[in-house]
Design a protein around this ligand. Sequence first.
Ligand code: F6P
Length: 365
Amino acid sequence: MIQPRRIRRIAINTGGGDAPGLNAVIRAVTLASINRGWEVLGICDGYASFLGGEPLMKLTRTAVRGIASLGGTILGTTNKGNPFETQVKLPGMRRARLAADLVVEGIHKARIDGVIAVGGDGSLSIAYKLMQMGVPIIGVPKTIDNDLMYTSVTFGFDTAVQTATEALDKMHSTAAAHERVMVVEVMGRHAGWIALNAGISGSCHVILIPEIPFDITKVCEHLDARRKRGRHYAIVCVAEGAVTRTGGPVYRTPKAKGCEGRLGGIGEWVAQEIERRMGWETRTLVLGHLQRGGSPSTFDRLLGLRYGAAAVRLAAAGLWGHMVTFNPPNMGSIPLEEIAQRTKRVPVDGDTVLTARELGIGFGD
Ligand code: F6P
């Protein structure tokens, strides 16, 4: 474990897709550090401050005043340009160099004693590799998808579920008015937490998630049973990463080398199949990035502040190379190496899925 002798200056960055609550983490890290007599710097747009981008930002009490309630991240973020796969040529350099080497040099040059890296699986595996290169680093888990292992819930998830539930609530009246099926596609790349939680709370009739590959015939049978009970509208909630029993995920932009590909389109496919097979008018709504935007819920603000404060406690204790975890009611930690390439998926026989089944919600299985 890397233990710098004494902390004078730490830095924080945010990487990957944004999530409501990031600014709360930044505020807590800043205040808890300043209260220990440390100086705090913000690294902009992932690690761009070391790669010719926006310069390091001094984070003072004033800089973080009033930001806990704001969506987005005051530091900017990116989910492109993994520094271990990108070559960069800065002005004055004779040849391009691996971005990760420039990041490590930049951290040393700025006399940064440790970094708090806030991000999802991609950003945390970058953090782990930087640690292996000698950077004292602490990870804070972030994703609206809630698919990171070893932590009960990530900040941003609650807000995203709230947004999705409100949208589903609104779908009921328009679907009923036109006697239509409404298919709502929500985020959830590898895991269906948002679709499941919002789908149940928003009284959906069918929920499709990546963990339960579906059969479109079964989906139609489920909807038909509802129609035969005299109900002339239905709401289907689909996670963007949902898959049929025989096919893979649907991509808007296909997978390519070094890029995961943009998911999207499964909702439209499901809608077209329902309309074609059942002759029931169907429309699709893709909620997309609406779920990542806006002010964090009270739960996510508090959780973000708790994650940030806990990260600073880990730094003070010299627990570099760890990720903060949330194990209610307490915060904890786990070595970064444990979390790489692991995904927390919805347990298909867990209580929430069971509850949905008890309520008569179909999963197309
Ligand atoms: O990981 C969070 C997430 O919102 C996924 O659900 C989604 O597939 C992805 O980010 C979209 O990212 P982008 O900002 O690149 O569109």
